[in-house]
Ligand binder design. Sequence first.
Ligand SMILES: *[C@@H]1O[C@H](CO)[C@@H](O)[C@H](O)[C@H]1NC(C)=O
Ligand SMILES: *[C@@H]1O[C@H](CO)[C@@H](O)[C@H](O)[C@H]1NC(C)=O
Ligand SMILES: *[C@@H]1O[C@H](CO)[C@@H](O)[C@H](O)[C@H]1NC(C)=O
Ligand SMILES: *[C@@H]1O[C@H](CO)[C@@H](O)[C@H](O)[C@H]1NC(C)=O
Ligand SMILES: *[C@@H]1O[C@H](CO)[C@@H](O)[C@H](O)[C@H]1NC(C)=O
Ligand SMILES: *[C@@H]1O[C@H](CO)[C@@H](O)[C@H](O)[C@H]1NC(C)=O
Ligand SMILES: *[C@@H]1O[C@H](CO)[C@@H](O)[C@H](O)[C@H]1NC(C)=O
Ligand SMILES: *[C@@H]1O[C@H](CO)[C@@H](O)[C@H](O)[C@H]1NC(C)=O
Ligand SMILES: *[C@@H]1O[C@H](CO)[C@@H](O)[C@H](O)[C@H]1NC(C)=O
Ligand SMILES: *[C@@H]1O[C@H](CO)[C@@H](O)[C@H](O)[C@H]1NC(C)=O
Ligand SMILES: *[C@@H]1O[C@H](CO)[C@@H](O)[C@H](O)[C@H]1NC(C)=O
Ligand SMILES: *[C@@H]1O[C@H](CO)[C@@H](O)[C@H](O)[C@H]1NC(C)=O
Length: 584
Amino acid sequence: MGRFFFFYSFLCFVLLRSGCFSSSLDHQLCSPTEASALLQFKQSFGVNSFPKTKSWNESRDCCSWDGVTCDMLNGHVIDLDLSCSQLGGSIHPNSSLFQLHHLHTLNLAYNYFNYSSIPRNIGQLTNLRHLNLSDAWFEGKIPTEISYLSNLVSLDLSDSYGLQLDERTFETMLQDFTNLEVLSLYLVNISSPLPVNISSSLRYMDLTDTNLRGVLTESFFLVTNLERLKLRGNDLVKGVFPKIHRSNTLLMELDISYTGISGELPHSIGTLKSLNILNLEGCQFTGSIPDSIGNLTQITELILSLNHFTGHIPSTISKLKHLTILHLSSNSFSGEIPDVFFSNLTHLQRLDLSSNSLSGPLPNNASNLQKLTQLDLYDNLLNGTIPCWLFSLHLLRPFLSLGKNQYSGLPDELKTNPALIKLDLSNNQLSGSVPQSLVNLTYLYTLDLSSNNITGPFPASILSLTHLEYLDLSSNSLSGPLPSNASMLQELFFVDLSYNSLNGTIPSWNLPLLSLLWLNHNQLSGSFPQSLVNPTNLSTLDLSSNNITIDEGINITFPSLEVLKLSSCELKDFPHFLRNVKTL
Ligand SMILES: *[C@@H]1O[C@H](CO)[C@@H](O)[C@H](O)[C@H]1NC(C)=O
Ligand SMILES: *[C@@H]1O[C@H](CO)[C@@H](O)[C@H](O)[C@H]1NC(C)=O
Ligand SMILES: *[C@@H]1O[C@H](CO)[C@@H](O)[C@H](O)[C@H]1NC(C)=O
Ligand SMILES: *[C@@H]1O[C@H](CO)[C@@H](O)[C@H](O)[C@H]1NC(C)=O
Ligand SMILES: *[C@@H]1O[C@H](CO)[C@@H](O)[C@H](O)[C@H]1NC(C)=O
Ligand SMILES: *[C@@H]1O[C@H](CO)[C@@H](O)[C@H](O)[C@H]1NC(C)=O
Ligand SMILES: *[C@@H]1O[C@H](CO)[C@@H](O)[C@H](O)[C@H]1NC(C)=O
Ligand SMILES: *[C@@H]1O[C@H](CO)[C@@H](O)[C@H](O)[C@H]1NC(C)=O
Ligand SMILES: *[C@@H]1O[C@H](CO)[C@@H](O)[C@H](O)[C@H]1NC(C)=O
Ligand SMILES: *[C@@H]1O[C@H](CO)[C@@H](O)[C@H](O)[C@H]1NC(C)=O
Ligand SMILES: *[C@@H]1O[C@H](CO)[C@@H](O)[C@H](O)[C@H]1NC(C)=O
Ligand SMILES: *[C@@H]1O[C@H](CO)[C@@H](O)[C@H](O)[C@H]1NC(C)=O
């Protein structure tokens, strides 16, 4: 018996040491006072059915409870993970939680503490290494007592809109928490200047949207271990990007988007050799991108959209072989897109060059862009014939937007990705008739060729696009009659053919879903069309600036019409049936 007991204890010890403790063993490792503190904490939230605390039961060792971890040698509770536990209400200022002095880790993230404040007594848990109160609906001033937690390695107070941190406590965290590696204060209102003295232990700092102000200084680039720095959405408008004389960091991510930082990007940006992610979106940068950007050879995401950058896109970007995301939209980049982009950036997944002044043709071959799933070239000065490869890309959002460029032609033959459903070629210089190759875009539901210089008759190829819902050919030079039969286009909802030179009468199209029809500013003639007389879904009809007559006594009902514009039609007597319709 004695031998057996000894063996049992020994086994237990071995199991504990090896971390294989099984709750079926009767031995109570957990200290009774800590078990009772945990149960009191559970009971303070009333209901009993929370995912983790459900398993908390006096008849079992507290070390086996869900979310509870003990020190296997002395039985103290050292780790309490009650994240996502549907705890609701507030924590009493004198809660039994604060008796768990041995806690190393406390995670209460993703609960609902009902806009209550973080209790001051949190400062008693001085052994804490990891404190996580992320997205837990705490509100109000973060107690200064939090600065007693100087052993913290990670502190996550993020995503609790309405928490405030005073400047002194913030400084204490950054300077005196000498083990602090992870600090996440996203959305906490700090309202202080950007710190200068930062503990070199910090690896990760998320200060996104924390109401910080001031100037980004070189000091951030001297924090030896800093890997990720997120300052998005703070008001740093007074500053420029500092010249980096010496960089101690292993910085992998720098996000200073929407901070208002202005001036030029210094050549020394190229010294941040470990960067994976650089996000400067929505700032006030001017000047050109320094060639040294090509030294950031580890970079995967380069986001420079919404600034005032000018000049050419440096061809050194093509050295950034790991790039997956390149966003340069809404700047004033000019010149041609370097060909090497399309041959060397083989990992590129998202390319956004929209709203710049990039000119010239795109290369005819981009077979290396196998991974591209998002592409936006809208609003540039690209010209020549639209290259075929654009149509065969396997885009995630199969929308091809080449509007507002200077393209003069579509390829004669198209081998397309059938997934392409939206094509915008508006505001280009497409001339001549619409090429027959359009018929291959079988699944298009939006086609916008408006504001080009397309001539000839209404393009027959369009009649084979049987999924079309939205068709805009306005502001071109189409002439001749409208097709007499459009019954293949049963899905059509929106048709704009205004500002062309179409003539003849309005045919009797039977399009049950058609809601918006613009035929104004053409040379159409004849009587008000019988096809539009029958009840339809039309809500907007514009026939103005044509030569349409309306026969007296015609019996028309428009069940859905909201806007009717006939102003320059030759109306002898304004018919009775139209009186209730708003005319423009
Ligand atoms: C605790 O567990 C025992 C046995 O598993 C069970 O009989 C008892 O009802 C439980 N108590 C609570 C409060 O859940
Ligand atoms: C949340 O707080 C409000 C008022 O402070 C209170 O009326 C309500 O009962 C609290 N809800 C919970 C779940 O404690
Ligand atoms: C807080 O709790 C402890 C132990 O539960 C107790 O001794 C003390 O009196 C309480 N203090 C207050 C202010 O409630
Ligand atoms: C805080 O906890 C949440 C939920 O478990 C987790 O997603 C998050 O990464 C944690 N924060 C830190 C800094 O570990
Ligand atoms: C960084 O880039 C510049 C310009 O491309 C180049 O002249 C320089 O040698 C590069 N520096 C290093 C250390 O690679
Ligand atoms: C493009 O890639 C090739 C092969 O890796 C390399 O030799 C060339 O220098 C690269 N071009 C540029 C401009 O980086
Ligand atoms: C494209 O534009 C460039 C100027 O940016 C011009 O030199 C070239 O002739 C144009 N090409 C075509 C086909 O219009
Ligand atoms: C349509 O695509 C096929 C192959 O997918 C091709 O052979 C044919 O020439 C294309 N037709 C037009 C008009 O582009
Ligand atoms: C449109 O085409 C016509 C004839 O093809 C030409 O005279 C006119 O200059 C072109 N307009 C534009 C804006 O290209
Ligand atoms: C329509 O315009 C064409 C020229 O574009 C002309 O040949 C034809 O006679 C016109 N038809 C009518 C009915 O006006
Ligand atoms: C409008 O059409 C009528 C015949 O329907 C014709 O007599 C008249 O000349 C046309 N007006 C114009 C400006 O073409
Ligand atoms: C107009 O047509 C509707 C049915 O389409 C009919 O009920 C109504 O009596 C007609 N009104 C006149 C004045 O002919």
